[in-house]
Structure formats: C-alpha cells, structure tokens
Design a protein. Structure first.
Length: 109
C-alpha cells in the first residue's frame, strides 16, 4: 500500500477531490500554507494500492496545472519603507508537489 501526499493550490482542491471520487479514490483534505508566497494551499492524503499510484498521479497532473500570478515582493531590511515602492513580479504558481511513501501498516477501526 502507498500513501500519496499531494500539496495543491486551494483553487484546484475541490475539482481534484471530485475527480478522485469519480474514480473511486478517497482522500483526506488538510489545510496548509506554502512557504514562498505564504498563501493557503491544500494537502491531500490519498491511500492507494501499489499498482494504482500512476493512475492517481495522472489525475493530479490533469487537474493541477501551473499558472502565472502577480505578487508584490517584500521590502528588504536595507531600504526604508518610505523609499521602497514594490513593483509586482510575475511568478509561476500552482501545479502540485506529489510525495509517494510506503505504508507499513493500515487499520480502519
């Protein structure tokens, strides 16, 4: 058995959950926060058989795509707030971070 941990953007989470459920896969949804943009995202825990990992990851890749987003950079310590006017910077966000780990034991009680 494998545990797939998928970190996705909040805006992709519900569509991904629906696609997984349509194929018969259950998932546990956890709210999380990303480090770089410090924005909310969703972490899904998906338990599956060893032979189904590629199907689940294909569903994730189909739903969770990257997109461009404008963000304002943070002011640096060297500059004073009055002299620093941040210009928005375009960055690529989205997609998914997918981790697959072996499950040693699983019990449903």
């Amino acid at each position: 058995m494998k545990l797939i941990i998928a970190v996705v953007q909040d805006q992709d989470a519900n569509k991904l959950l629906n696609a997984l459920m349509e194929k018969g896969y259950g998932a546990t949804k956890l709210a999380s926060t990303g480090g770089f943009l410090r924005q909310g995202n969703t972490t899904l825990l998906i338990g599956t058989k060893d032979g189904e990992v590629s199907e689940v990851t294909a569903i994730i890749k189909e739903i969770c795509h990257t997109r461009k987003q404008l963000v304002s950079p943070m002011a640096t310590v060297e500059r004073t707030v009055s002299s620093y006017i941040p210009s928005p910077v375009e960055v690529e966000v989205g997609g998914a971070a997918i981790f697959v780990v072996q499950v040693e034991s699983f019990e449903k009680v």
